[in-house]
Design a protein around this ligand. Structure first.
Ligand SMILES: [Zn+2]
Ligand SMILES: [Zn+2]
Length: 160
């Protein structure tokens, strides 16, 4: 109380932007408030705060922007990779489908000439043969077996 101010500690004069009162606070204390942006009160109880400095605010915004950009880039990259993966998978599936179709066509062609895919032999009435001898196969591969119907037609009848 009786000591002159300079004997206590280095003080900074600051003022309240609301009521205008001037008051002194320890320099290191004020410095800390500046750094951490913590609020304090003027002697009249007004809330004071240095908040974020403009530079801090801009740096923060910039950092956030950077993170956003990086995230967007990552997402874009990921989406591109995902698209490529899907395109590749689709191409593969198409290839597989085409191959399967070709295989089926070849098989149908052979079956239509009397070939039994189960016995790997030719039969004059292959459709009836497959249905009778291999009912499970006939049920599972109707598109193959139905090709054998043509084997019953006169035009292919002697084709075996
Ligand atoms: Zn005040
Ligand atoms: Zn057979």
């Amino acid at each position: 109380m009786g000591l002159p101010l300079h004997a206590v500690s280095a003080l900074d004069l600051t003022s309240c932007c609301t009521c205008g009162i001037e008051f002194a606070v320890p320099q290191h204390w004020l410095q800390k408030k500046r750094e951490n942006g913590q609020g304090f009160h003027c002697p009249n109880g007004h809330n004071l705060s240095y908040g974020e400095s403009e530079v801090q605010r801009l740096q923060k915004a910039l950092a956030q922007e950077k993170v956003k950009t990086e995230t967007a880039q990552r997402d874009a990259r990921w989406q591109k990779e995902e698209r490529e993966r899907m395109e590749k998978a689709a191409a593969k599936a198409e290839k597989r489908q085409k191959a399967a179709k070709t295989r089926l066509k070849n098989l149908q062609a052979r079956v239509s000439k009397g070939y039994c895919p189960c016995c790997k032999q030719n039969f004059p009435e292959v459709y009836a043969h497959i249905v009778n001898e291999h009912p499970k196969y006939a049920a599972e591969n109707p598109e193959v077996v139905s090709a054998g119907v043509k084997g019953l037609l006169p035009v292919n009848g002697g084709a075996r």
